[in-house]
Every structure is written in structure tokens, then in C-alpha cells.
Design a protein around this ligand. Sequence first.
Ligand code: NAP
Ligand code: G4F
Length: 324
Amino acid sequence: MPKTALITGITGQDGSYLAEHLLAQGYEVHGIVRRVALEDPSHRLVRIAPFIDRIHLHSATLENYPSLCEAMRVVKPDEVYHLAAQSFVAESFDDSFSTLSTNINGTHFILSALKAYAPEARMYFAGTSEMFGKVVESPQRETTPFRPRSPYGISKLAGYELVRNYREAYGLFACSGILFNHESPRRGYEFVTRKVTSHAAKIKLGKADRLELGNLDALRDWGHAKDYVVAMHLMLLQDQPDDYVIATGKPHSVRDMVKLAFDRVGLDWEKYVVINPRFVRPAEVDVLKGDPSKAKAQLGWTATTTFEQLVHEMVDSDLAALSR
Ligand code: NAP
Ligand code: G4F
């Protein structure tokens, strides 16, 4: 019998890579999708389109507890990957109420549905380096105190604590990954890497003439999403549930990333980039640098894609797509 996995957020960047990874491992893969996505598949299911015939989709949302219970009851999964969330930090300042409500309640609903309908299942929760916020030590590891700086970070910290509480109180096999930024050609266009690579490609092809950005000094520890979903899976194959930092350990500034992307298309970034205060956040996370040594020692996991390879892959992919 193949193992069965249920993925929330299967239409997102990580959900799509994870689904592919689990299919390759012989899993039966189920995903939760919103009704609006099912009604507009050519746009909203684009990341899972290449393998949509090999997965099973269930209509549900994070706001609707009965819909999550029903998915859990019908699928009876061996593994649950809870990736769905309002994941854009900037948006969480503009609409903190929705972000807090969806992300905190959604995680609580998933845990409660798991406890009721699939208590033997193993669960992964998508925690984040954004929980470290105003960092009190560098690099950040599993024991570093959390000081979140955004409604998004606060919502994820609440989810992380809920996961820990369900693990300790009810004995669920529930793990949190504390994942640092990870990107790919499937990244949403609002996140800085994709915004930059897509604009570098557009400007090169004469389809745009400038790129408006916010803070260029922030440092992020960027890895490739394809590598990071492997770590999620490995966490659920361990003997005991635990939490893990997943990172490269090598931070780069937004400015470095912009320069690398524009160099790839042979342009001088300083001629095209304009600072727009609209994209500066009310409270910024200045520096993130993860220490992945626990993941290396216990999961045998390390990042395999360099920062340069990642940015080049994204620029090349955007150039190819825009040239078609
Ligand atoms: P993403 O591309 O933004 O995908 C988010 C997914 O959540 C989409 O499938 C979206 O569905 C779904 N979703 C959002 N609101 C929902 C709702 N109310 N009901 C049901 N589904 C909903 O995010 P990602 O980059 O793949 O990240 C996956 C998870 O990891 C997120 O929880 C994110 O916060 C976390 N994380 C990401 C990173 C990173 O660097 N990528 C780092 C640390 C943690 P639609 O397609 O219908 O919108
Ligand atoms: O790409 P970003 O929007 O990612 P951010 O805020 O680090 O969040 C991502 O990573 C988290 C993990 O740490 C995830 F939990 C979260 O779900 C998401 O995937 O911004 C990166 C940096 C920030 O410092 C931001 O201020 O880029 C800076 N930035 C500068 N100009 C910009 C822009 N970010 C965006 N999105 N757009 C700009 O124009």
C-alpha cells in the first residue's frame, strides 16, 4: 500500500514541489484547494498543472473547519503537510486581521481535525525564520528566542506554539520546520526575488523600463524551494517529532541579489532601480542567517543550490517565459 499524504497549500510554490517529490517517492498525494482555484484552473492551478492527473484535489479553505475535517476524514492521511497560509509579510501589515485570523485559526483547525480524524498521522507545519524577527543572536538556531516583527511572524509563532502544544498534550507526531527564505521560478511575483528577476527579464526585452523597490540593505538567507521540501519530508520520517531550522547559513543583501540578476542579463542595475517608500515595511527584519547544523546531523539534509545558481535559474526562466 502506498503512503498517503495530504497537502494544504498544494497550489503554492512549496506545495507544488512537495507534491512532485512525494509522487516520485510513490505516495498517493491529496491536496486541499480553494473553490475559486478549481473554478479558474488555467491561472490558479498552473504550478500543479503538469501532474494534476496524478493527484487528488479536495475543496476546502483554512477558514472553514468542517471542510478541513471532511478532507481529513475522507483521505485518512499517513502524513499531513500544512503549508497553506497568507504568506506575504508586507500584506500582513496592510491586513493584519485576515492574516492573524486565517493563519492562526487555520493551523488550529488542522491540528484539531487531525486529532479527531487521523491521530496516528504525522504532521508538518510551515514555520518560518520570520519568527526570529529582531534577532537576538546570529546565526539563528532552534534554541534562539523569537521576536517577530510582523503580523505574519506573530501568526506563524502562534502556529508553532499550537503545534508544540498538540504534540505535548495529545501525543501527536507534529513537527515544525523553521524555514528560511526559499525561492524558485515558481515563486509568487510579489516576493522580492521574483519581482527582481521578472523585471530584469522584462527590462532586457524592452517590456519595462524601471523597477521600484524598498529596503535594499536587508539580509536574507536564500535557498531553493526544491531542496527545502525534501527537508519537510525527512522530518516526518524520523523516530520522534521535532523542530528543525532549514537554511543555507549564507546571507546576502537584497542589493547583492539585484546586482546578480541584472548582471545575468548584461544590464547595470543602478540605471533602472528606483526606491519607492511604499515598499519599505513599518518594521523590518534586518538580517536572517540560519544555522542548519541540527538538520544536517539528524536529517542528513543540506542545501544543494548556491545563491548564484538560484538567481540565474530564476532570471533564465523569466527570460525564456517572456520571450515565448
Ligand atoms: P505560497 O506560494 O504563497 O502558497 C500559499 C498557499 O496557501 C497557496 O496554495 C494558497 O492557495 C494557500 N492558501 C492561502 N490562503 C488560504 C486559505 N485561506 N485557504 C486555503 N488555502 C489557502 O507560499 P509558499 O512560498 O509555497 O510557502 C508555503 C508555506 O511555507 C507558507 O505557509 C509560508 O508562510 C511558509 N514559509 C515560506 C517560506 C518561503 O520562503 N517560501 C519560508 C518559510 C515559511 P491559493 O493558490 O488558492 O491562493
Ligand atoms: O521577498 P520578501 O517579501 O520575503 P520576506 O518578507 O523575507 O518573507 C518571505 O520569507 C519568509 C521567511 O523568512 C517567509 F516566512 C515568508 O512567507 C516569505 O516567503 O522580502 C525580502 C526582503 C525584505 O527585507 C523586504 O523588505 O526584501 C525586502 N524588499 C525590498 N524591496 C522587498 C522589496 N520585498 C518585496 N516583497 N518587495 C519589494 O519591493
